[in-house]
Write a protein that binds this ligand. Structure first.
Ligand code: NCD
Length: 311
């Protein structure tokens, strides 16, 4: 029996295949349930706190939507400036404080390791919604749910991950999950934004096939799925280096025509210029469906860490 009751969700590497299957199944249950009803009562009386020390649209709002669809309530801190962090409070003290109010805590913070610090300080389950250039495990889970739905299976996946693989926390978490399904991975990036060596070598040690290249078209021809990412401007110390690499990879109609095959295109969003809006109407462009799936997956995670199983 899989149970995530009371568990923190901090890193893509913490999940077993069985747990991922259970999360996908539970998310599917909620997706169906919401077709019949606007909201459920599973987490009635429970409170979620969202602590966002970095900008967010989808992650914060989809967690809040998920909690409210489950009948729970939300208290929210939407910016560092509006909280006592601006007065110098540590993440641990903020987490210990919010622990007195809420039953589950979601945190996003610019520093790697900050979600773990919050988890160590709070008794309530803590969910990492992005710790700097570190990890973003709930995005990875909703990506996996989307891949399962769009491609019908997680077997024999051939995936191109494109863009800022150095600073992109979504890809750092996603490759952990993809490795459980033995996916073949193409890492496509400018030389200066390659996937951290530590992650690549761990994947290879696990026997995962990893190809690194600068050529998106070549990688896409050998893949069923392109996972596009934004160049993470806010992580650059030197903005002239950002100017040098921005616009390195762009998906447009010409590229898709040149591939002459169906591709599924995912992106955690927000996009800047890396997917031309002309591509949005293409049947394989799944990134707004991916956004919607975030609600079902976060409903699954919230109900599971609160110990409310649905079957
Ligand atoms: C991502 C993030 O915050 O890491 N966005 C998200 O959560 N959907 C990706 C990004 O900001 O580029």
């Amino acid at each position: 029996m899989v149970s995530l009751k009371g568990k923190d969700i901090l890193h893509g590497n913490q999940f077993s295949k069985k747990e991922i299957d259970a999360i996908i199944k539970t998310a599917g249950y909620f997706e169906k349930a919401l077709k019949k009803k606007d909201s459920l009562n599973l987490l009635k009386g429970k409170i979620l706190a969202t602590l966002f020390f970095e900008p967010s649209t989808r992650t914060r709002l989809s967690f809040e939507t998920a909690m409210q669809r489950l009948g729970g309530r939300v208290i929210s801190m939407a910016s560092a400036e509006s909280s006592s962090a601006a007065k110098g409070e540590t993440v641990a003290d903020t987490a210990r404080t919010v622990d007195q109010y809420a039953d589950v805590i979601v945190i996003r913070h610019p520093r790697i390791g900050s979600a773990k610090e919050a988890a160590d300080a709070a008794e309530a389950p803590v969910i990492n919604a992005g710790d700097g250039a570190g990890q973003h495990p709930t995005q990875a889970l909703l990506d996996i749910y989307t891949i399962q739905k769009e491609l019908g299976s997680l077997k024999n996946l051939r995936v191109s991950l494109v863009g800022d693989l150095k600073n992109g926390r979504t890809v750092h978490a996603l490759v952990e999950l993809l490795s459980l399904f033995r996916a073949k991975l193409h890492f496509v990036s400018p030389e200066s934004l390659r996937m951290p060596e530590e992650i690549t070598s761990q994947l290879k040690e696990r026997g995962i096939e990893v190809m690194e290249t600068g050529d998106m078209k070549e990688a896409a021809l050998a893949s069923d799925l392109i996972y596009m990412t934004r160049i993470q401007k806010e992580r650059f110390e030197d903005l002239s280096e950002y100017e040098r690499v921005k616009g390195s990879y762009i998906i447009n109609e010409d590229l898709l025509k040149g591939l002459q095959k169906k591709m599924t295109i995912l992106h955690p969003l927000p996009r800047v210029d890396e997917i031309n809006p002309n591509v949005d109407a293409y049947p394989g462009a799944a990134y707004f469906r991916q956004v919607r799936n975030g609600v079902f997956v976060r409903m699954a995670l919230l109900s599971m860490v609160m110990g409310k199983a649905v079957d």
